[in-house]
Ligand binder design. Structure first.
Ligand SMILES: [Zn+2]
Ligand SMILES: [Zn+2]
Length: 345
């Protein structure tokens, strides 16, 4: 059969030849190409959401979805976009192929120019960050409600954790850090971050966690609660003299399973498991066994003869733990003129 249109070539489909059939291409395309960019973070509006990760790619992919073609044609590929910033126009080429009975024709290039609009709107995440938005407040406190180096380390860890999460999730951010004499308050854009940090700290350290919430308003038609994670860590200094249930101890340190203490009289070491440790039963006297550094000047059997580096005072310590001691110096805790090893027996 001969083509009904040109009457020259053999028809291949719908009475049309291979050449005339291309004239039936109906390319559906956007009327205008617009891009909405957040001037603060560079994220872009893609459909009804804001793309923060590789926004340009997401925007281009979404734009391509606005192109379609009638059957039996198919879109094969797109060219890159060519911007004419003076006239606010953009040129896009679409490559169309024809599929007939398993045979492929083309592709042929269809080029078009569009009005191009660029808008700058601050995205919802940036609005949150620059405002005083927060979902969770983490209160980092010490045992005696005073600032300590350990609290600073915890706050720093929390901030860097959230900054890391921010790379993947723009809703993770720190909106404020308040340093006070009783501790540090960290305000977070995402409740989940407060939750993660609080539970990590409980697992790794010895602390008390109290979680509370309060109704802060209505967000997206739902009640919006703010959470407070109050973390009170046992940040006693090594050598602190404490009472637990009226029993006197030298505080040696903590592990993830509990705290190590030593009775000054019997010199017996004890691990108090954190599950059985109630902060209300601990009393910090404010007294402190201080660290002193000694040179080992003689050793024999289970005995070491030591000399204080500063005042040349000589001390003899005895015990199994000194049998294989090979170091040249040793640090001991001094409390009421008695010396105590730092290590747990
Ligand atoms: Zn024809
Ligand atoms: Zn933004």
């Amino acid at each position: 059969m001969i083509c009904v249109k040109c009457g020259l070539k053999e028809a291949i489909s719908g009475g049309l030849c291979e050449e005339c059939i291309w004239e039936t291409v109906e390319l559906k395309k956007p009327s205008v190409v617009s891009k909405t960019v957040c001037p603060k973070c560079g994220s872009m509006m893609v459909g009804n959401y804001w793309a923060h990760r590789e926004p340009e790619d997401a925007w281009v992919k979404h734009l391509q979805k606005e192109f379609s073609v009638n059957e039996p044609f198919e879109i094969d590929s797109y060219s890159g976009l060519t911007f004419n910033n003076i006239e606010d126009r953009v040129t896009i080429s679409v490559f169309i192929k024809l599929l007939l009975d398993g045979k492929e024709y083309g592709p042929r290039e269809y080029t078009d120019e569009f009005d191009y609009r660029r808008n700058f709107i601050s995205c919802p995440t940036c609005n949150k960050v620059t405002g005083s938005y927060y979902e969770a407040k983490v209160q980092i406190r010490g045992f005696s409600e005073k600032m300590s180096p350990e609290l600073e380390v915890l706050a720093k860890n929390l901030v860097s954790m959230v900054e890391k999460h921010h790379e993947r999730d723009p809703n993770s951010f720190v909106s404020r850090v308040d340093n006070m004499k009783e501790g540090i308050d960290v305000y977070l854009g995402k409740k989940k971050d407060g939750d993660t940090f609080a539970h990590d700290t409980v697992a790794k350290s010895v602390c008390q966690l109290v979680v509370s919430n309060s109704l802060a308003g209505i967000k997206d038609g739902k009640q919006f609660f703010r959470f407070t994670y109050r973390i009170r860590v046992l940040d006693l200094r090594e050598g602190a003299i404490i009472y637990i249930d009226k029993e006197k101890y030298i505080y040696l340190g903590k592990t993830s399973s509990g705290v190590w203490v030593r009775s000054p009289g019997s010199r017996e070491d004890k691990l108090i498991r954190k599950g059985s440790l109630e902060f209300d039963r601990i009393k910090d006297t404010g007294e402190q066994a201080e660290l002193e550094k000694f040179l080992v000047i003689n050793r024999g059997g289970d005995e070491l003869t030591l000399m204080n580096e500063k005042n040349f005072e000589q001390v003899i310590v005895k015990g199994n733990r000194y049998k294989d001691y090979t170091e040249d110096t040793i640090e001991l805790l001094r409390y009421e003129d008695q010396f105590y090893d730092r290590k747990v027996a």
